[in-house]
Design a protein around this ligand. Structure first.
Ligand code: PLP
Length: 424
């Protein structure tokens, strides 16, 4: 099909994420991708500042990842996970347990980030029932979060400003503390700490778990907060027998400069959700890890009631093993630090530009917040004009590039962000 034919069929039949049908502005046709570049149907090449929604940390067509998929394809592409197991899944579970904060020992493989959050919620509800607290059916979180698009994850997204405000009347009613004060390096605010503790304690008898994105709230607003608040949550939840879930679907595997953002706080949650970069962005896979205490209590009471058809898909597990192998063998933290330095150099000068409210960088995440809603078509076109793929949202122009970007790629991405800011 020619790019025009693809667009014509797309316009008629294909529903894109968070879009009308047909979409307000036509998508770009991608013909292929290699390294950190997307090649469009019209021959243009764009440096990918999005890592395909923060997943393609090693870039595209990485020879090790390609080989992992084709090798596994030669053995078996899929097999059901009920009553059967295989080496890619076993190896992956072992590696995840080795990499995750100490104390997380059991791995439930899910097929998307949202589903791993659903599994985490089930773990928490089943745990509370198993330990004789069946009345604890609610979840606590802070405002401004994003945990996915299925119903329990939506219920812990911000009910007002967030993407899922449409659903307010049908979602389970959860408990919300205020958004954490901004700033990874800001001095922790004792008043906020007290409000956080108070919100949890006021509802302690109803709460099965508290779930948060540690250190970076992603799709809810690209906000960074001090790791201290995670320690506060760990202490208050433990004291009241409430489980603590960290959603590291966006932050996991090095994005914030640590393998997991929980490490900034030195805290182990009871349940950890991972996804996105788990397979280096090759295939859809996520996981919920939990402690022996959680798994033991649930298992003493019965089965964990979840089992998707494509659970533990061997191709996805094999490429996840290869992706984690690349991370472990390479200097990912040096690369992320280099990207952070490049983004700071490129984005900090935008501070003070008319319309710019804030500039922030943490690890391989660079954010420019505007004082108005971004004009998405204009901002995207401006970035594309600079040879960069970005997908701004709300008042945010941001980048989460692949870790394999070199200095020139990062400079190009920063120029794309600057162009999008000025146009948007
Ligand atoms: N949790 C967080 C923190 C996320 O950033 C996302 C996706 O952006 C999800 C959950 C949902 O993951 P998925 O899109 O794979 O369902």
């Amino acid at each position: 099909m020619t790019p025009d034919e693809i667009l014509a069929v797309d316009r008629r039949h294909v529903w894109h994420p968070y879009a009308t049908l047909p979409p307000a502005s036509p998508p770009l046709v991608v013909e292929s991708a290699a390294g950190v570049r997307l090649r469009l149907g019209d021959g243009r090449e764009l440096v990918d500042g999005m890592s395909s929604w923060w997943a393609a940390i090693h870039g595209y067509r990485h020879p090790v990842l390609d080989a992992a998929v084709t090798d596994q394809l030669g053995r078996m592409s899929h097999v059901m996970f009920g009553g059967l197991t295989h080496e890619p899944a076993a190896r992956l579970a072992r590696t995840l347990v080795e990499l995750a904060p100490d104390g997380l020992e059991h791995v439930f493989l899910a097929d998307s980030g949202s589903v791993s959050v659903e599994v985490a919620v089930k773990m928490c509800l089943q745990y509370q029932r198993a330990v004789g607290r069946p009345g604890r059916r609610r979840l606590g979180t802070w405002r401004g979060g994003y945990h996915g698009d299925t119903f329990h994850p939506m219920s812990v997204c911000d009910p007002e400003g967030g993407m899922h405000h449409l659903w307010g009347d049908v979602l389970p009613r959860q408990v919300f503390a205020p958004v954490p004060p901004p700033g990874f390096d800001a001095t922790p605010d004792p008043a906020y700490e007290a409000a956080l503790v108070e919100a949890v304690e006021r509802h302690a008898d109803e709460l099965a778990a508290v779930i948060v994105e540690p250190v970076v709230q992603g799709a809810g607003g690209m906000r960074f907060h001090h790791p201290h608040y995670l320690r506060v949550l760990r202490e208050v939840t433990r004291r009241h027998g409430i489980l603590l879930v960290f959603d590291e679907i966006a932050t996991g595997f090095g994005r914030t400069g640590r393998m997991f953002a929980a490490e900034h706080a030195g805290v182990t949650p009871d349940v950890l959700c991972v996804g996105k970069a788990l397979t280096g962005g090759y295939l859809t896979l996520a996981a919920a890890l939990c402690t022996p205490e959680v798994a033991g209590a649930i298992s003493a009471d019965g089965v964990l009631a979840h089992g998707p058809t494509f659970m533990g898909n061997p191709l996805a597990c094999a490429v996840a093993n290869a992706s984690l192998g690349l991370l472990r063998a390479g200097d990912w933290s040096g690369r992320v630090a280099g990207i952070a330095a490049g983004l700071r150099a490129g984005l900090e000068p935008l501070r003070g530009t008319p319309g710019v409210a804030d500039v922030r960088v943490l690890g391989a995440i660079g954010v420019v917040q505007l004082d108005h809603e971004v004009d998405l078509p204009r901002a995207t076109a401006a970035a594309v004009g600079e040879g960069v793929w970005l997908r701004p949202f709300r008042d945010l122009v941001y980048t989460m590039p692949p870790y394999v970007c070199d200095e020139a790629d990062v400079a190009r991405i920063a120029a794309g962000v600057a162009a999008a800011v000025k146009a948007g």
